[in-house]
Ligand binder design. Structure first.
Ligand SMILES: [Zn+2]
Length: 383
């Protein structure tokens, strides 16, 4: 009987192993593609934007050509969730004019450092700060399949990518006037993770990314609700004073980093990581600056919650979860791993039980047979 159960469990386990290996082999195939292209990754592309060229390969060089880059309020930073101070007085952020319609057109372009979408100044942050802030552009930072490329880190953990929506203080005429002013800029930042499903809002941009693969290339896309590129929950965020994360590194940014993450599919992230070029041949990836020292700056949090699991594929970084993300938290691989583990444990248990039973049976048989043996000592051969 026990042997039968054991055999059934073994067959079941075999089925699970087959299923999981077929899913991981398709992932391996994808990874092979990634390795092929990541070999050609950026060797430090250069900018024509600010006159002096700069690249991500040698970030220490920035400080020689751009004095602000060695300042004491630089970005990005690592957000140490244990040290972040809960500030219940941080006002909630309200966005207006983000829901653009498709009768307007937005310019998307490859500026040699990132993929940038130019935004109309009618998009605004109307509460959350002392002034109204107008949108200028949004862009992304990313890595490679092997190297996650967010700029900010949470407890020293990078996320696959990060979105920045850049706004300028409405008391200034435009972005370039505001950029160097101490109260000039507000950037909303969100972490991008891999989820199970394609993100249809990100697809509005990523569907045409091949059109801007070469540096300086641009294309137009129909307007859409840009709010949907940010996390669902904008109430939970970190706040600190920092800088532009690219030269000239002006220390004029009031940073908001959302606690909730955004998920895109693996394929979508790959499009971001593999499509753009900087210069003639270099791949535009790993376009993130290393975390900078705090020099006594404080990071505020709009919420009070102990951090939980980071980077689990969940929609949230820390604190208690409500709706978003949890269902996407467990990938097919995770489920299979759990099922396999449970089956393995059950099989082991049954096998141990079976061995014990067999051992008992055997020892009682040998005991019985011993009882039937009459010990007869051999005659001493004395010659
Ligand atoms: Zn940025």
């Amino acid at each position: 009987m026990m042997l039968k159960i054991f055999l059934i469990l073994l067959v079941l386990q075999g089925l699970v192993v087959n299923a999981s290996s077929s899913s991981s082999s398709s992932e391996e195939e994808e990874d092979d593609d990634d390795n092929g292209s990541s070999e050609k990754e950026s060797k430090g592309h250069h900018s024509k934007g600010h006159g002096v060229p700069w690249g991500y390969k040698d970030q220490t060089a920035w400080t020689f050509n751009f004095t602000h880059c060695s300042g004491k309020s630089q970005s990005p930073i690592d957000i140490d969730t244990r040290k972040a101070i809960h500030d219940p007085k941080l006002p909630p952020i309200t966005l207006e004019g983000y829901d653009l319609t498709d009768d307007s057109a937005l310019t998307l372009w490859n500026n040699g450092h990132t993929l940038e979408l130019i935004l109309p100044s009618t998009m605004r942050i109307v509460t959350g700060f002392d002034h109204e802030f107008r949108a200028a552009q949004l862009h992304f930072h990313w890595g490679t399949p092997e190297v996650p490329g967010s700029e900010h880190t949470i407890d020293n953990v990078h996320f696959p990518a990060e979105i920045h929506v850049v706004h300028y203080n409405s008391k200034y005429a435009n972005m370039s006037e505001a950029a160097s002013k101490s109260d000039g800029l507000v950037v909303l930042g969100g972490f991008i993770q891999i989820g199970l499903h394609e993100n249809e809002n990100y697809e509005k941009i990523l569907a045409v990314i091949t059109d801007v693969s070469s540096e300086e290339a641009n294309t137009e896309i129909p307007g859409f609700n840009v709010r949907h590129l940010l996390p669902n929950n904008l109430e939970r965020f970190y706040r600190y004073n920092g800088s532009l994360t690219t030269p000239p590194c002006y220390q004029t940014v009031n940073w908001t980093i959302f606690n909730d993450t955004i998920t895109v599919s693996r394929k979508q992230l790959k499009a971001l990581e593999n499509t753009l070029k900087a210069g003639q041949t270099e791949h535009l990836n790993k376009n993130f600056r290393a975390p900078q020292l705090l020099y006594g700056r404080q990071v505020l949090a709009s919420f009070q919650n102990p951090p939980s699991i980071i980077g689990s594929g969940n929609g949230r970084i820390g604190g208690s979860n409500t709706s978003s993300g949890l269902s996407e938290g467990l990938s097919r691989g995770d489920v299979l791993a759990i099922a396999f583990g449970a089956l393995f444990a059950l099989t082991l248990l049954c096998f141990t039980f079976y061995i014990c039973q067999q051992h008992k049976k055997y020892s009682s048989i040998t005991k019985d047979s011993r009882q039937n043996v009459i010990y007869k000592p051999a005659m001493k051969a004395e010659a």
